[in-house]
Design a protein around this ligand. Structure first.
Ligand code: FES
Length: 243
């Protein structure tokens, strides 16, 4: 997690994003500064108000005259930076990342409860993904519908860990966690018990509200019906930091 500076230590820095001069507090990330200035950088795992995970790499940006790529969500703005957010190379990489996410699990949009309201689907449109150039893995993943109100479909999980972080950092329950590595990685509840048997789950549904795809959904929703409302997060995270 990124270390917070105290108010008296924070300086203002000036940098360029796509040749435009912008100012920022030095404790802000490039992604935050870009958003404040209306510059869109694609992102998936980042959610304002939760800790930075930096896993999806969709927010990669580059610096003028430097071949290295950095994640905008986990890189602080600094004096004199010249950030580029939409070079040809970044567009190619982002498109490939989205394609790999589609190929890894079974995102069949037409029959998904989040069809039309899915962040992965929106990213595919934004990145120009009209087909996937790598073979689909077509591995079968489990659907756990044991909870009274919600279900988790691992076929549609992108491992962004928003559910893990909001459950731990905002709800304080830490019901969700990660198990396994690489393509065997999956989110689990209570040391890999069925969600319905979880002793720690409060049933608050914050994880469901923050899920970007059709992985965590309410029972009783069918294709295209799952609506989410993440408005609670800025308020709760502000209150938490005010304690
Ligand atoms: Fe930056 Fe996912 S949003 S790595």
């Amino acid at each position: 997690m990124m270390k917070q500076a105290t108010a008296s230590q924070i300086r203002v820095v000036t940098l360029k994003i796509n040749d435009r001069d912008v100012t920022a507090r030095e404790d802000e990330t490039i992604l935050q500064v870009a958003r404040e200035n209306g510059i869109r950088i694609p992102s998936l795992c980042y959610v304002e108000g939760l800790s930075v995970w930096g896993a999806c790499r969709l927010c990669m940006v580059e610096f003028a005259g430097d071949h290295r790529l950095v994640a905008a969500c986990s890189t602080r703005a600094a004096e004199g930076m010249e950030v580029l957010t939409h070079t040809d190379r970044l567009r190619r990489y982002r498109r490939m990342i989205v394609e790999l996410l589609f190929a890894e699990r079974n995102h069949v949009c037409a029959v998904c409860v989040s069809n039309g309201r899915c962040e992965l689907q929106n990213l595919a449109t934004e990145c120009g993904v009209d087909h996937v150039r790598v073979p689909y893995r077509t591995a079968v993943y489990h659907v756990d519908a044991s909870h009274d109100w919600f279900r988790v479909d691992h076929n549609r999980c992108v491992l962004c860990t928003r559910c893990v972080r909001v459950c731990d950092e905002i709800e304080g329950a830490h019901t969700w966690d990660l198990m396994g590595r690489g393509m065997n990685c999956q989110v689990i509840t209570d040391l890999h018990k069925p969600w319905g048997e979880s002793k720690s789950c409060t049933g608050c549904g914050k994880c469901v509200q923050l899920c970007p795809t059709g992985a965590l959904v309410r029972h009783g929703t069918s294709a295209g019906e799952m609506e989410r409302d993440a408005d609670f997060l800025p308020y709760l995270s502000r209150m938490r930091h005010a304690e």
